[in-house]
Design a protein around this ligand. Structure first.
Ligand SMILES: Cc1cc2nc3c(=O)[nH]c(=O)nc-3n(C[C@H](O)[C@H](O)[C@H](O)COP(=O)(O)OP(=O)(O)OC[C@H]3O[C@@H](n4cnc5c(N)ncnc54)[C@H](O)[C@@H]3O)c2cc1C
Length: 392
């Protein structure tokens, strides 16, 4: 399909579909919108391979604000995304996140707690005795504190959230095109059109880069460097014979995390830095489970001594190499190319707030609800990283 659209969104994952939905539902926007997605089966999209959890426990106030809006959106998702009165069921559960700390991590846990309290996050610092009383299945050996989210944290069906945005955007008149974006016509400080692999061309008013782990390639089409790489993250599903009542998403000081998933559990961990390249490969690395995750799991939860892995998968973090935070809005050299990238493992929960913010930027020329300017490209140019220390 050749033609002209006021807004062309490259990538139809949760971010692209969220931007499309918020734009199309803004009464102040009367323009045309196209979402170009190269693979509508979403086989390797991060939105389809996510752990789909939401937390309020960040170290950056702007991230906290995004998650505060995120949870309110998820709780009332049918009010926003239902089509023909069909409710949207995301299976949202809110058992909290539990960050555990040894002496080495206690200061940062307390510092983050102060930041979170200042942003009205419903979070409690617990002593080892309080942790043991609340979670009798947990070994508190070596721990000095735990930070438990008391509300607003948990998990949901992220794939259905993406499909909900997509379905609603379509119902609101957004055009979805199946094609690979392979180039852009840039003249001076503007992108005039987007080139597709089928030889067609879309003229555009604004382009949004929502290409997930492939965002750097798309930015290069306009001659802009983007420090986003594709980092493989493996998730393992396992059975445990004993129930773990009220189990939250637990982040062990080793970096290993786990949470219930239906009657089973899932877990993961960041790989060692020397095994974390930019990659196209999604082969599951089973030795990471055997060598790193299982020993940490069994040490933290004695019932995990006898677990059985039943499934596994790998997906890409769209990893911001500089400060592990989103990169939103334009680069000063190209006014009409907006970045929506670099979420580094927390994009699903941020999709509602980011989609709304980018729609405001397009329609009103600035943020109206949450101020997302801290995530602007300018910070990278100024060497002012917005470091997020709560990265899983
Ligand atoms: C294992 C794992 C666990 C995670 N856990 C969580 C979590 O618990 N909570 C959370 O909030 N987040 C989590 N995330 C992160 C979250 O899933 C992502 O941040 C989010 O899905 C990113 O959405 P996106 O739309 O930017 O990217 P994607 O979903 O990857 O979508 C980008 C789309 O762009 C398309 N595309 C790329 N290039 C082109 C092109 N040139 N032309 C056309 N189309 C193109 C791709 O095909 C893709 O469908 C996790 C991610 C992984 C991998």
């Amino acid at each position: 399909m050749s033609g002209r659209f006021d807004v062309v969104i490259v990538g139809g994952g949760v971010m692209g579909c969220s931007v499309a939905y918020f734009l199309a539902s803004d009464p102040a926007f009367g323009g045309s919108i196209a979402v170009v997605e190269r693979d509508p089966t979403y086989r390797t999209a991060s939105s389809a391979l996510s752990a789909s959890s939401i937390r309020q426990q960040f170290s950056t106030p702007a991230n906290i604000a995004l998650s505060q809006f995120g949870i309110s959106f998820l709780r009332s998702v049918s009010d926003h995304l239902s089509v023909d009165d069909d409710p949207v069921d995301l299976g949202l559960r809110e058992p909290g996140y539990l960050y555990l700390a040894t002496e080495a991590g206690a200061d940062i846990l307390r510092k983050n707690h102060a930041i979170q309290k200042a942003s009205a996050v419903d979070v409690a610092l617990l002593t080892p005795e309080e942790l043991a009383a609340r979670f009798p299945w947990l070994s508190v050996d070596g721990l000095v504190a735990g930070s438990l989210g008391l509300s607003g944290e948990g998990w949901f069906d992220g794939y259905s959230l993406m499909q909900g945005f997509r379905r609603k955007a379509k119902a609101l008149g957004v055009t979805f095109i199946t094609a690979d974006v392979v180039g852009m016509d840039r003249v001076g400080d503007r992108v005039n059109s987007v080139l597709l692999d089928n030889g067609e061309r879309l003229d555009c008013g604004v382009v949004v880069n929502a290409a997930g782990a492939k965002a750097r390639r798309v930015a290069e089409f306009a001659g802009i460097p983007l420090p986003v790489s594709a980092r493989k993250r493996c998730v393992f599903v396992f059975d445990c014979r004993d129930p773990l009542p009220a189990c939250p998403l637990v982040i062990d000081p080793s970096g290993v995390w786990f949470r219930p998933e239906g009657a089973q559990f899932i877990c993961g961990a960041p790989p060692p830095a020397d095994r974390d390249p930019d990659t196209d490969d999604l082969t599951v690395e089973h030795d990471l489970f055997d060598d790193t995750m299982w020993p940490a799991l069994a040490a933290r939860v004695p019932a995990f001594e006898a677990i059985k892995v039943t499934a596994s998968w790998a997906g890409f973090y769209e990893y911001n190499d500089v400060d592990q935070n989103a990169i939103l809005g334009a680069h000063p050299d190209v006014a009409n190319l907006l970045f929506c990238n670099g979420f580094s493992g927390h994009g699903l929960q941020q999709a509602p707030g980011v989609g709304r913010g980018l729609a405001e930027l397009i329609v009103h020329g600035g943020y109206r609800s949450l101020d997302l300017t801290p995530f602007g490209y300018q910070r990278l140019l100024d060497n002012r990283p917005l470091l997020e220390t709560c990265v899983i």
